[in-house]
Design a protein around this ligand. Structure first.
Ligand code: HEM
Length: 207
């Protein structure tokens, strides 16, 4: 009954655009600090990571609540991760480097932490383009296998984050603890399911 009246999907969909709105407001009210381009870049990077974490949080939440309506939220949050990550990169290429491809290539070659950003983006890109229903049908069982690389993306982005920081590590450490907790939870659930499945397979022939 409540789910018929209260439709969380459109509210969450619009809610996910609020960080962008806040960034745009700060941009036009000159509230991005001494280096606005860097601030823009950093804030979009932070939000890409937060959306990736929210996407990863959906499966444990589904396991705990047993609510079947979760996959549509995982898809939405995953696409928002792609959206914010694309903006993070657009700012890097257009505003930070003014399309100076030589400087971009040099930067990438010299800064190992950026490689991990590139790896993360390539994975997120692959996941985003295989999100439409016809791709799910086309890939069949391989779709689920492919989408497990989201865990590689989460590890790559945390390296990308830690490696470029020089001073305070509190915020990335919090994200790391959340990630380790989520991955441990997945591992425990997988292990339990695996053990249970093994127990279901008879070891002796039943006459
Ligand atoms: C081609 C891919 C990427 C490039 C070239 C890139 C580049 C960068 C650079 C240069 C910084 C340092 C910003 C600064 O301190 O001035 C940075 C920070 C960051 N990036 Fe990326 N990035 C990429 C992909 C990603 C992706 C896919 C994510 C998230 C899913 C991400 C999340 C972050 C985060 C969280 C930070 C740290 C922000 C902070 O200091 O709070 N990046 N990135």
């Amino acid at each position: 009954m409540l789910s018929r009246i209260f439709k969380p999907y459109p509210i969450i969909f619009i809610g996910c655009l609020l960080p962008l709105l806040a960034i745009i407001i700060d941009m036009f009210s000159d509230n991005l600090g001494a280096d606005p381009i860097q601030a823009l870049h950093i804030r979009l990077g932070d939000w890409s990571l937060r959306f990736l974490w929210l996407t990863l949080f959906i499966t444990p939440l589904q396991t705990l609540t047993k609510w079947r309506g979760m996959p549509q939220y995982r898809k939405m949050l995953g696409l928002y991760t792609f959206f914010y990550a694309s903006l993070h990169i657009i700012v890097y290429v257009c505003l930070d480097h003014g399309f100076a491809w030589d400087a971009i290539v040099n930067d990438i070659l010299q800064s190992a932490y950026i490689w991990f950003g590139v790896i993360t983006y390539l994975i997120i890109f692959a996941l985003a383009i295989t999100t439409p229903k016809f791709m799910v049908r086309q890939l069949g069982k391989n779709w689920k296998r492919l989408h497990r690389i989201i865990y590689i993306a989460s590890i790559a982005v945390i390296i990308h984050y830690f490696w470029q920081l020089k001073g305070i590590m509190v915020e990335p450490s919090i994200y790391l603890v959340i990630l380790v907790t989520m991955l441990t939870f997945r591992l425990v659930v997988w292990f339990n399911n695996h053990k249970f499945t093994k127990k279901m397979i008879p070891t002796k022939r039943i006459k």
